[in-house]
Ligand binder design. Structure first.
Ligand code: NSP
Length: 217
């Protein structure tokens, strides 16, 4: 039985949670064996995900109940808009992704559904609800990435996608994010806790569908 709010949310989001963090796409990534076309389409779609994800971070920044929280969220915004954005541009160059696919590619259903969830939460969600979607996106990515072996694939497109999600700074951010949702969650009534649970489950499903959309193995 989980003793934190985030642990409780996660426990109730199985089997999707485990399906995400052990997804065959990630296991192939560890071996550098994601086919180039799958990696290309995954990153092209993920760049569109990141656009709304960044807006959701902005929503968290605006809705946070204290300055210290805004500072922590601003730190993550800085990473998404610098190291992560630079990675996407270098990966797109390496994969030969043209301008149109960087800016407005045809979206997969999985991308559309995930973007809608983030946009709705951005527009109507409480701080706790915004944190819930952020926690799923970041915690699940940390959890698959920490499963990587010590020896990384040679291709930087694969290797850096792993290290962007398991480096010490990212671990600290995810720890903070989970702790923040635990803190805010402690004051929620049963109805609001149930809303967070529904969102956590929906977001976890979106993560699973997102990987599935780029994996046919
Ligand atoms: C679909 C998805 N989920 C989560 C992450 C990690 N920010 C990501 N880049 N893409």
């Amino acid at each position: 039985m989980a003793d934190t709010f985030t642990g409780w949310l996660r426990e109730r989001s199985e089997p999707d949670w485990t399906a995400v963090i052990t997804h065959p796409f990630t296991r192939a990534l560890f071996d550098g064996l994601v086919p180039t076309e799958s990696m290309r389409s995954y990153l092209v779609q993920d760049y569109q995900f990141v656009d709304d994800f960044l807006a959701l971070l902005g929503s968290a920044l605006a809705k946070a109940d204290r300055y210290a929280s805004r500072l922590a969220i601003a730190g993550s915004i800085a990473v998404v808009t610098s190291e992560e954005n630079t990675y996407f541009q270098r990966a797109f160059d390496a994969l030969g992704v043209g301008e149109a696919d960087r800016i407005s590619p045809r979206l997969h259903d999985a991308t559309v559904t995930f973007r809608e969830l983030m946009n709705d939460t951005n527009a109507r969600g409480s701080y706790a609800e915004v944190l819930t979607v952020l926690v799923v996106a970041e915690w699940s990515y940390l959890e698959w990435a920490v499963r990587a072996p010590a020896t990384l694939p040679e291709n930087f497109v694969h290797a850096e996608w792993i290290t962007l999600h398991n480096n010490p700074e990212f671990r600290r951010w995810v720890d903070w994010l989970c702790g923040e949702l635990d803190r805010v969650g402690a004051d929620l009534d049963e109805r609001d806790r149930a809303r967070c649970l529904r969102l956590f489950q929906e977001a976890t499903r979106c993560e699973r569908d997102f990987f599935d959309a780029h994996w046919s193995g």
